[in-house]
Design a protein. Sequence first.
Lengths: 216, 216
Amino acid sequence: MSVPTTMAELIVDRGRLIELRAGDPLFFEGDRSDAVFAVVSGRVRIVVTLLSGAELLLGLKLPGEVFGELSALDGRPRAAGAYAYDEAVVSRLPAGEFLDALEDAPALALTLLRELTVLLRRSNVRLQARNSNRTTVRAGNLLLELVDIVRRHGHIETDAPVVIPIRQSDLADWIGATREATARALGEFRKQGCVQTGRGKITVLDVDALETAVMI
Amino acid sequence: MSVPTTMAELIVDRGRLIELRAGDPLFFEGDRSDAVFAVVSGRVRIVVTLLSGAELLLGLKLPGEVFGELSALDGRPRAAGAYAYDEAVVSRLPAGEFLDALEDAPALALTLLRELTVLLRRSNVRLQARNSNRTTVRAGNLLLELVDIVRRHGHIETDAPVVIPIRQSDLADWIGATREATARALGEFRKQGCVQTGRGKITVLDVDALETAVMI
DNA sequence: TACGTTCAGTGATGTCGATCACACAAGGGC
DNA sequence: GCCCTTGTGTGATCGACATCACTGAACGTA
């Protein structure tokens, strides 16, 4: 068997496919860990519910991304829940097989290490963005991150408008603000002409302008 | 040679010791990565400077903790700077030797993976705390985290007051608030009798009370 | 087509933190 | 002892977001 070059490939190769409808749960916060997942198509919400009842979106996993690996590695309960955002297909690999594969192929462990460094760096960047109290800065930074992700995912046409399919309320949960404040921040960007808003989607027209608008 | 059970042991075994005075830099943001470090004694500030000029404290590394491993793993530039907080001694291991050790001993890679999961989980918890806009919540949560760390570091006497040696301005940089707001939050806790403040130190008298005060 | 649900946009008001501005206490060096 | 630096504690003002309260638009479905 050839050695996969990414964890996602490994999980898709050896795991079992699961088809999901929007909103379907994969696991809940507090669950005992028993598997690791990779997104095949669609998107998966990684979310924690705070004491206040508010939801904090930790991430939206896209096709080719892995999730649930932390609990599989250390055996601790899930710190977040996972739910299908759209109709989605994911591959599920039991934690035992995942760990066996890691021990059998040392190169895989290094691959996973590098993937975790990406997550850690992203996490630190997010903390930096979160450090500003202005909603425009936080919303704008997240939009820039999402633009980057959308571009990497194939539609690599620089200078073309980037469509981000997301609800404003989810964006708000992600940056830790209210829906209203987020709508107003987007309104600012709209007035400046760098984004366009629609039902369930945000279109970034001018990435550079958005970057300078956020650099304040 | 026996296989160390933690990355810190490995780095101390094979690295070279460096003695630092308070404030001495180990590396700067943007530096090319060339080594990984472990704290032997004292503390090390991991910090990024934001566009606004404000500093964001990403962490205070204590004896037995590793830092600088991300850049050593992926070869990307330092995302943060590292400076001695107190008088400190650290061990420095060149990145090449670090990577060689990982490839030679697959068990080490798994060890490191587990250590990174700890960082990622902590990072997510911090994002959750940062989600509140109230300084009391953010300051209180960090204090609880620090209490936990101090307790793990040997002085494990539950119900005994926990002394945290830190300046209020550093606490402020850590939670992304101003020094003044942090001082007022601590004042609240002081009025409630769960903490005591002093020059360069904060004493947590009643951890449970602090926990409930923060749960709002 | 008509209705209901889900989203987006926006005003009014209260609250909390940032900012500016001091007063005061604790140590270190002479 | 006396500075002088470094930290801590607080008041006043201002601005930005949370909260509450609606309006209206988009989409699904009966």
